[in-house]
Structure formats: structure tokens, C-alpha cells
Write a protein that binds this ligand. Structure first.
Ligand SMILES: Nc1ncnc2c1ncn2[C@@H]1O[C@H](COP(=O)(O)OP(=O)(O)OP(=O)(O)O)[C@@H](O)[C@H]1O
Ligand SMILES: [Mg+2]
Length: 355
């Protein structure tokens, strides 16, 4: 599932790709190469985002991407970039049956009809979902003429700025995709059996926000974003202990279990919000969510994941989105990949969807 707002226009398979996940706090980038059916991780980079809380201009993006490309020391110019939750909408929509190109145009000109929102100067992409039970492909009556579609839409201007930013950094923006589906694409590769057979939730705890995607037998049925993330966790520690943000950050990363009650003050409402999405899904589909797989920077802390699990009352695990990759990293990076991997889920999934 790619949902690219732009894709290089070539159906030819790429043999290598940079992917850059432009997070609110940190930029995560990977260089992945394809050899036959095998994928190799040859470099990754984690850099501070250029600015927090503000929209990136093409110039800033170009400067930043130059630094990223330098850190990756890569030979390819092709890059896949992510849009964050403020820059792209991702929705499930019922559409009449038609080819995807027509659908993209119809959405462009009738966003209000299908998305209940006037979205002018947007571009869209669509991913078809399989028909639900009792709705066969051959059935041409009533609801069956409708098609369930996952739609991504972003302002043309943002997509253009990303393209220009990449170009000015000496790169080619081959794909621009919603970051929220990155973990889904990485999960499909890393845990193929669970992906195909189970009902699970993928949670990505970011800096400003946390996303949840619920997958049922390989299809994303629901996605939501909650405005809690690592930033709030650090603030809570800083307030509870009367220390600076930087000190609180150090304690969170180094000895989270020492500040359990401060962490709980944020993880409780986060857990409640995520639980509401799970409850909604379980009610609607009449199926339980068996497990929650957690990624993002905060998932590097087992203590945080387990505290969240207690709030959610369902088993939570971190997972390794690099587990299916052959590792050909420089020695220092190879030694750290296991620990860093949860934070790379979006970047890895984005690279895979573009290869
Ligand atoms: N070992 C760790 N333990 C706890 N928290 C950590 C650890 N490593 C990183 N973090 C936290 O992860 C957060 C950054 O995570 P991440 O890189 O996933 O966010 P982002 O992608 O920049 O944000 P967003 O997804 O909201 O745009 C920071 O708040 C940081 O404190
Ligand atoms: Mg993120």
C-alpha cells in the first residue's frame, strides 16, 4: 500500500531508495537496496528536525535534505519523503467504481461530496480495499457498485515544495507519501504471518502525536491520530520534578522507571484515547484486537511500552521493522540497529512502498 501523492511516474522497479521520515522532533532516514526479492539496509541516520512546530519552507527542506543525504553517504538520488499528519489527510471513503485516475480527478473537483470538506488545490491518491463480506466483485446491485477506498490528500503547494526542496538538495522526490502508513508497510514485511492472519493495532508514538492503525487480515480498517507524544512525557517529568526539559528528557531516556507516576499522568490519557479507537473497531467489526505493536521513538523504552500496555489492557510489544532486512551497515550502526529500529518504522515502510 503506497498511496503516493506523487510517484516517479515510472512503473519500473527501483533498485535502491532513500526514505526520509520528516518527524516533528527527529528526521529518520534510511538507504535500502533491493536485490531480487531481498532488501538490504545499508545506512540509516537520525537527525534533529530543522525546526519544531513550524511549516518547512522549500529552502529549509533543501538544506536539511542535504545534511540527511550527506549523513547517509548514498549513491542514489531517488528519495521517498513522508508527509506528517498535519500535511495529509488519510480517510476511508465509499466511492463509485471507476479507475483510480478518474477517482483522483473526481476527488479533486468534488472533495466536499466524498470527504465532507472543501479541499481546494489538493491532490489525491486512492488505494482500493477488498469488498466486505456479502459484497462480491461480480454483484452489480446497490451497494456493490460502490467501492471502499483509502484516500490520501495533500495540498498541491506542499507537495510542490517538497519536490523543489529535494531538487535543490540534489535529490529527486520519487515518492511523497503519508507517514502514517509507513509502519503498516514495514509490518507487512517484518511480520507477514501476523499481518495476513491476525487483527492487530500498530501504534506509532511520535513527538507531538501518536497514530494508531488497526489491521484486519492485511487491510487497514481504521486509523486515528491522538495529540499525545514524547514531548508531553518529557514535560510531565519536568513539571513533576521541577527540573528543566533537557534534564527531564535525560531521565526519561535513561531511567524511565524512576519517574513512573509522571509518565502515567500522560500515558493514562493516551491509553484511554487509543483504547477508544480499539473499542470502536471491536464494536464495529465484532472482532477483538489481539495485540498492539508499538513503534516510534518512545517505543525504544520497554518501560513506556509496558506502562501503556497496563492502560490499554491488551498485550503491547515493540517490534523490529528492520528484521526482514539484510544488514550491511557500518559496524557502529550495526551494533545499534536493534535498539534504534522501533524509531525507523516509518522510514523503512516508506522506502519499501517506493521500491
Ligand atoms: N530511549 C528512549 N526512551 C524514551 N523516549 C525516547 C527514547 N528515544 C527517543 N525517545 C523519544 O522519542 C520522541 C521522538 O520520537 P519520534 O522520532 O518517533 O518523533 P517524531 O517522528 O519526530 O514526531 P512526530 O511523529 O510527532 O512527527 C522524543 O520525544 C524522544 O524523547
Ligand atoms: Mg514520527
Amino acid at each position: 500500500m503506497a498511496l503516493p501523492l506523487i510517484d516517479g511516474g515510472s512503473r519500473k522497479k527501483r533498485d535502491q531508495m532513500l526514505a526520509v521520515d520528516l518527524g516533528n522532533r527527529t528526521t529518520k532516514a534510511v538507504h535500502i537496496q533491493r536485490r531480487g526479492n531481498k532488501f538490504t539496509l545499508s545506512r540509516y541516520a537520525i537527525l534533529d528536525a530543522p525546526i519544531f512546530d513550524r511549516v518547512l519552507s522549500a529552502e529549509m527542506l533543501a538544506e536539511h535534505l542535504k545534511a540527511v543525504s550527506h549523513a547517509l553517504d548514498s549513491k542514489t538520488r531517488l528519495v521517498a519523503l513522508t508527509l506528517n499528519v498535519n500535511e495529509v489527510i488519510v480517510r476511508h471513503v465509499d466511492m463509485p467504481r471507476m479507475p483510480v485516475e478518474d477517482m483522483r480527478l473526481i476527488l479533486k473537483h468534488n472533495s466536499r461530496n466524498y470527504l465532507q470538506q472543501e479541499l481546494s488545490n489538493y491532490i489525491f491518491d486512492c488505494h482500493f480495499l477488498p469488498p466486505g463480506p456479502g459484497q462480491s466483485d461480480g454483484d452489480k446491485t446497490g451497494a456493490a457498485q460502490k467501492q471502499k477506498v483509502l484516500v490520501a490528500g495533500a495540498k498541491q503547494q506542499i507537495v510542490d515544495e517538497f519536490s523543489v526542496g529535494a531538487k535543490n538538495a540534489g535529490l529527486v522526490a520519487d515518492h511523497i507519501v503519508p507517514g502514517i502508513i509507513g509502519p503498516v508497510n514495514a509490518f507487512e514485511m517484518a511480520m507477514p504471518d501476523v499481518f495476513t492472519n491476525d487483527v492487530v493495532a500498530l501504534v506509532d508514538i511520535g513527538f507531538k502525536s501518536t497514530s494508531i492503525c488497526i489491521l484486519q487480515h492485511g487491510e487497514m480498517i481504521l486509523s486515528r491520530v491522538v495529540t499525545y507524544g514524547g514531548d508531553r512525557l518529557t514535560h510531565a517529568i519536568s513539571e513533576a520534578m521541577g527540573i528543566s526539559y533537557a534534564e527531564a528528557e535525560g531521565i526519561k531516556v535513561g531511567m524511565a522507571s524512576e519517574v513512573q507516576s509522571a509518565l502515567e499522568s500522560v500515558l493514562t490519557p493516551l491509553g484511554r484515547e487509543l483504547r477508544a479507537s480499539i473499542d470502536f473497531f471491536e464494536h464495529q467489526q465484532d472482532r477483538p484486537v489481539a495485540q498492539v505493536y508499538v513503534a516510534g521513538g518512545s517505543a525504544r523504552s520497554e518501560f513506556i511500552v509496558q506502562t501503556l500496555a497496563a492502560e490499554l489492557m491488551v498485550e503491547c510489544k515493540t517490534w523490529n521493522p528492520a528484521s526482514f532486512l539484510q544488514i550491511e551497515l557500518p559496524p557502529q550502526q550495526a551494533a545499534e540497529i536493534e535498539q534504534v529500529a522501533p524509531q525507523l518504522a516509518v522510514a523503512i515502510g516508506t522506502a519499501i512502498s517506493a521500491l
